[in-house]
Design a protein. Structure first.
Length: 202
């Protein structure tokens, strides 16, 4: 970040919204960073409701820690193989992990260890996606556009810390299950992959 321009006026920063790319990268970054920050809040809530016998405080920190560490890995892999490829891989793995969470929260497959493992995979690859998409944004936006594109997309994605708990709350209240909320996340991951394949070369 030290190499990014720092003398850009606020109104100039908003000019990035004239580019379609700004909306596209914001969507995919919202899905990635949103999963990380949103699930950091939602994981304890879901675990407490789905696995009442578990002391969730003992496990709440692990997912965010794994996601934070994997962000660096995602950035490094994106530098080597390209942000598009790594981001697609990450979203596919996030979708698989989410399906695993749905499966292991069913009454017939009520298994906390497997559920926790799936959540850790989700956190890990959301971290990878955060790093790779950050690298991709830096490639798509050059010069004075880079700093506002990175900052504004991250600021918008941060709203997931509010929206995802609301989404899971709605799912639990309406269906007595978190599955509907997770299926919506899977749709978001599919949309992100479509955007990456359709709109970006590397």
């Amino acid at each position: 970040m030290v190499n990014l321009p720092t003398n850009i006026k606020p109104l100039q920063q908003l000019m990035v919204f004239k580019r379609v790319d700004m909306y596209l990268v914001t969507i995919i970054y919202f899905c990635a960073f949103g999963t990380f920050i949103g699930c950091s809040v939602a994981f304890p809530l879901i675990t407490k409701l789905q696995f009442k016998e578990i002391d969730v405080v003992k496990y709440a920190f692990i997912g965010p820690l794994v996601g934070s560490l994997m962000r660096v890995v995602g950035g490094n892999l994106a530098d080597k193989f390209g942000g598009k490829k790594i981001s697609i891989l990450a979203f596919v793995m996030m979708g698989i992990a989410t399906l695993g969470i749905i499966y292991f929260t069913q009454a017939s497959q009520h298994n906390f260890i497997s559920y926790l493992l799936m959540f850790l995979i989700l956190f890990a690859f959301s971290g990878v996606a955060n790093g790779s998409i950050f690298q991709l944004i830096g490639v798509v936006f050059l010069g004075g556009e880079k700093a506002p594109a990175l900052g504004l997309s991250a600021a918008i994605a941060a709203y997931a810390s509010y929206l995802l708990p609301k989404l899971f709350g709605w799912s639990l209240a309406s269906f007595n299950s978190s599955a509907s909320a997770f299926f919506i996340l899977i749709v978001c991951y599919i949309l992100s992959v479509i955007i990456l394949i359709s709109c970006y070369r590397k």
